[in-house]
Design a protein around this ligand. Structure first.
Ligand SMILES: O=C(O)c1cc(C(=O)O)oc(=O)c1
Length: 306
């Protein structure tokens, strides 16, 4: 398939031949954070995007799901598609109920579009505050979106970086639907996991019982690795104390996902099989792993599943 899109210079493509994880995922495990990109020829990237990725189709995502041993996916609208959720909705429909989605919508979204997204499997919207990814949306627009999605029972996924939390915290706490934090609020892992910055993040999670946290993206947060490559099963050791603190204090509201196809990595592209082998380091007991990988995401995204 040809596409008119040229990738951002230096773009790292997803890892083509991932190993099989040594850690066997429990039955019913959910990859609770992943994306589809295009393909651009079928689902064009948004004009306002800040990067142009390689294609990463729904079929390639479902093949990875099966290879790694996941049962289900939560597909998160990537910023390169803006508020055009067609690629996401197409993937959700094709999954036959095995994927749920998190969309991006503007306040003027129609009732019909919201209904269609819900019917396709969308259960949340994403608010992004990472400046290299999006231009800031006015907070009132975001609150208007919340008003629109609250009746559907959806939640809000927030992506921000640790230094911005003090400014955002009160706004987040004013949002009257459950919140899900992407990538652990992006801590600086060179700092002390018991220090004031991470403590401020933990205090935010403590502020309400309906704030969930994805303990994802060690490959983004790490500073000195080692990377999940070449058989490395003790990858990203510098991230472990942070993720483990969150898993142990909030065992019933943590989620994990691969973040495939890993947009905007510049240092290395992880082997997704080895990335799965990271999970036992942050969730050291079978009980914690079952909550993280099965019970929690199923409760949030498939509350009616038995
Ligand atoms: O850190 C990132 O670059 C990133 C980007 C996106 C996106 O473009 O949607 O999603 C993520 O989960 C992470």
């Amino acid at each position: 398939m040809t596409t008119d899109f040229e990738k951002t210079p230096g773009w790292l493509d997803w890892y083509a031949d991932p190993s099989r994880p040594r850690f066997r995922l429990p039955e019913g495990a959910v990859d609770a954070h992943c994306h589809v990109f295009g393909p651009g020829a079928a689902f064009p990237y948004a004009p306002e995007r800040k990067y142009t990725p390689c294609d990463a189709s729904k079929d390639q995502l479902f093949a990875l799901r099966d290879h790694l041993g996941f049962t289900r996916n939560v597909i998160v609208q990537a910023t390169c598609h803006g508020a055009d959720n067609r690629a996401l909705a197409d993937a959700l429909r094709a999954s036959k109920g095995m994927a749920r989605g998190v969309a991006t919508v503007r306040p003027d979204v129609s009732d019909e579009e919201l209904r269609e997204l819900h019917e396709a499997g969308v259960r949340g919207v994403r608010f992004n505050f990472v400046k290299r990814l999006v231009d800031a949306a006015p907070r009132q627009d975001l609150l208007d979106v919340v008003e629109r999605i609250a009746p559907l029972g959806w939640h809000v996924v927030v992506y921000f970086e640790a230094p911005d939390l003090p400014d955002l915290c009160d706004f987040f706490l004013s949002i009257p639907v459950p919140l899900v934090v992407d990538h652990m609020g992006r801590p600086d892992v060179t700092k002390d996991p018991d220090g004031p910055e991470f403590e401020a993040f933990l205090n935010f999670l403590r502020a309400r019982p309906d704030i969930w946290c994805k303990v994802t993206c060690p490959e983004r947060l790490t500073v000195d690795g080692p990377p999940a490559l070449d058989g490395e099963r003790e990858a990203y050791r510098d991230v472990v104390p942070f993720a483990r603190r969150v898993v142990e204090e909030f065992p019933d509201r943590v989620l994990w996902g691969t973040d495939w196809p890993h947009p905007n990595l510049t240092d290395h592209m992880p082997d997704d099989g080895l990335l799965v082998d990271f999970v036992p380091h942050i969730a050291p007991t079978p009980e914690l792993r079952h909550k993280l990988l099965v019970d929690n995401p199923t409760r949030l995204y498939w509350p009616d599943a038995d």
